[in-house]
Design a protein around this ligand. Sequence first.
Ligand SMILES: *Cc1c(COP(=O)(O)O)cnc(C)c1O
Length: 399
Amino acid sequence: MSNEPSAQTLTVRAGLESDEQYGAVVPPLHLSSTFTYEGYGKPRKYDYTRTANPTRDALAEALAELEGGVGATVTSTGMAAITLVCQLVDPGDLVIAPNDCYGGTFRLLTGFARRGLFRLELIDQTDAAELDRVLAQNPRLVWVETPTNPLLRIVDLRKLSRRLLDSDALLAVDNTFLSPVLQRPIEFGADLVVHSTTKYLNGHSDVVGGAVVATTAELHEQMQYWANAIGLTGAPFDSFLTLRGLRTLHARMRLHEENAAALADLAVGHAAVRRVYYPGLHDHPGHTVAKRQQRGFGGMLSLELAGREPAARAFLEALKYFSLAESLGGVESLASHPWSMTHGVVDEDSKRTAGLCPGLIRLSAGIEATADLVADVEHALDCALDAVAVAPDGFSALA
Ligand SMILES: *Cc1c(COP(=O)(O)O)cnc(C)c1O
């Protein structure tokens, strides 16, 4: 018998039976902001919740174990986790990030760079020549999202981490889109793994949170130090809910993926669709790498509609089982329009450079019945086709 439990077992059992007072099976929720000293000069394990809290620690330990790191720092949001990683960089240092990264990450990194906190290069990290150019400049931090958002580009983590071996660069991977059930970046050489736990890890769209998993004690200590110093640690109640959500992560990821794959197959054959972005498709440029470094293709896909914005609008308005909302990774299906929503903060030139267009739709496949979602999207795609057929400028866009 192997002594390493599988992720499926870990998500269910992490932190169970840790209550010594009553033998509660589930770790209790400790809301207290402060903890007594046992006596004069005798501090206990916990003293103040900003610094550390037992409920938050239960979640942190589960996440560290799932990702294969030495420790995790649980933060109040995903953006707080990214802010935390930025503390490892000094003025003058170079940060490299994908040009189609999460819109909030784009806003934070460009904002910090503008204030001189570091230098920033945004590139298509799947472009070998571009990567050569920026890696030659000796970066301090290489920020990676794989798959990227919303174009689902795949970055070869092993290849990238090998290239960074002889340098001081830290490799940080935002693993929000897949969760540790489908991808463990540390196995491929990442130094830090970042999550917006708001998404798949919690999975029920009722908590905003984040985490940074570190691979060395030193990095973990730095993350803990800055999380306490800045004050961006996660709330105990949020940690409790996120740990509860985590219990079903494995089962949810299977259903998310099943539904996303069915939707991708449907979209590939539909006349309203110009292009389908899903790493599970054989002709996706990152398919082979995704197969190697992922344990599945995930629940996210994007569709470029032939009729541009009018088609996107008709499609989104026709959907019944997809809510028009930002975010992803919850049990319910969501549809979004990256051009005007998640990437609304990105200027138009940067959006075009990153490959975004007004006809692009991003879908977060939930865990509803596959047949219901497929019928819903098929109907909405038919409506998209009808909409451009009657709008003269839309019609020319189809040609
Ligand atoms: C949502 C998201 C974030 C930001 O997380 P919040 O919890 O919203 O602060 C960062 N990266 C990715 C890939 C995300 O999807």
